[in-house]
Design a binder for this molecule. Structure first.
Ligand code: ADP
Ligand code: MG
Length: 363
């Protein structure tokens, strides 16, 4: 059994190991010091290159990728900002895999994130028996990334307490991390070439406004936008849903006409506009592309495991209550209004089926 069959979601460097190897072998471009690939090859890995058989993994403006990669080759970190579900985490994973060959030096930011989880902690048994020493030191992702010259990912950095965020200041500006408990040369870890930080932040959280001015200055900001074009989003949702369903043991692909209705519904409820561009209800729940993909997956699972066929528009309604309305009664009412008032104005069998299934919403 290969790793791909064993793990639910292997990191990008394992999922796309063959692509990375190939890109590395053919890579004639100059590489920034410490990088596994040139900028050109890293970009191809992320946005795809049909000619070389490299899959497109991130859909969006290739110039965003260029700017992001250039930032990382400078002495500033990269901060990806945007709405939830716009593939900020995916992008940081892909960039880290391309630039460093590993995307797993990752810090997950949260209210309870501590310095230990970012820099280092101690093996207490060894600490007690022999005192602080390089042996009793347990490096966390930041220290490892600095020592090995790799990209460190800091997810949802703005969820961390400010003083914890600021522990990035001297690693980013002086490129050194002090370990005061250790003496001499061991007490200073200097970053090797290739080290840098990619952080992500959601605009729905406390936000980047609260970040200290000092830390903001150490990052280049890049905004990741939701996919603007309907057909592009539909293609992405179809490709992702197909792959997820296959991995879940579903042998029929999702129906394109069902996905069309699903993507249109999510886009309208996300934007608060109807098919004619007029005003309609906007849900307060996040209706991102990432959510659309996960509903498309669930719809396919329902169809297959409940009835042995592809998912239908009725399956969409059955899945919507749990994803789009969650525990929010107002959103449930908005969703019902959408199904009752907007959906009947659309033409097509799947729209009719969506309307007919409105009674599947709870309440
Ligand atoms: N522009 C995009 N390119 C590729 N996948 C996208 C894009 N936007 C959304 N997705 C979907 O969303 C998933 C990633 O979401 P994630 O990285 O967790 O978002 P975020 O970190 O912004 O909340 C992808 O696996 C893919 O299914
Ligand atoms: Mg994320």
């Amino acid at each position: 059994m290969t790793t791909e069959e064993t793990f639910q979601r292997p990191p990008a460097e394992i999922r796309y190991a063959d692509e990375l190897t190939r890109l590395g072998e053919d890579d004639r471009g100059g590489r920034p010091p410490g990088w596994a690939l040139s900028l050109e090859a890293a970009r191809a890995f992320i946005v795809g290159d049909e000619r070389r058989g490299i899959r497109r993994k991130f859909v969006g403006d290739p110039s965003l990728i260029d700017r992001a990669l250039v930032s990382l080759a400078t002495s500033r970190g990269l901060l990806l900002v945007g709405e939830p579900g716009t593939a900020k985490s995916l992008l940081s994973e892909l960039i880290a895999a391309a630039v460093s060959g590993t995307s797993t030096l990752t810090i997950q930011g949260g209210a309870a994130t501590t310095d230990d989880q970012i820099k280092y902690s101690w093996n207490y048994a060894l600490l007690v028996s022999e005192g602080p020493s390089p042996r009793s030191l347990v490096p966390a992702p930041l220290l490892k990334g600095m020592a090995e010259g790799k990209i460190v990912r800091f997810e949802e950095i703005t969820r961390c307490p400010l003083e914890v965020q600021d522990s990035l200041l001297s690693p980013l500006s002086e490129r050194v991390l002090a370990i005061p408990e250790l003496n001499g040369a061991d007490g200073m870890v200097f970053a090797r070439q290739g080290f840098n930080v990619i952080a992500t932040a959601n605009t729905r959280d406390r936000g980047v406004n609260d970040m200290s001015a000092a830390l903001k200055r150490r990052f280049n900001f890049e905004t990741v936008f939701p996919i603007a074009d309907f057909a592009t989003e539909l293609d992405l949702v179809e490709a992702e849903a197909r792959a997820l369903l296959e991995a879940s043991g579903v042998t029929v692909p999702p129906r394109r006409d069902v996905l069309e209705v699903l993507v249109a519904t999510f886009r309208e409820l996300r934007a608060g506009t109807n098919a004619d561009g007029g005003p309609a209800d906007r849900l307060s729940t996040v209706m991102s592309t990432a959510e659309t993909v996960s509903v498309a997956h669930a719809v396919g699972l329902r169809g297959w495991f409940l009835r042995g066929e592809p998912g239908t528009a009725a399956d969409i309604v059955a899945c919507l209550a749990g994803t789009a309305a969650k525990d929010n009664a107002d959103d449930l009412a908005r969703l019902r209004r959408y199904l009752e008032q907007q959906v009947p104005r659309r033409r097509g069998d799947q729209w009719r089926a969506l309307h007919d299934a409105r009674h599947l919403l709870p309440g």
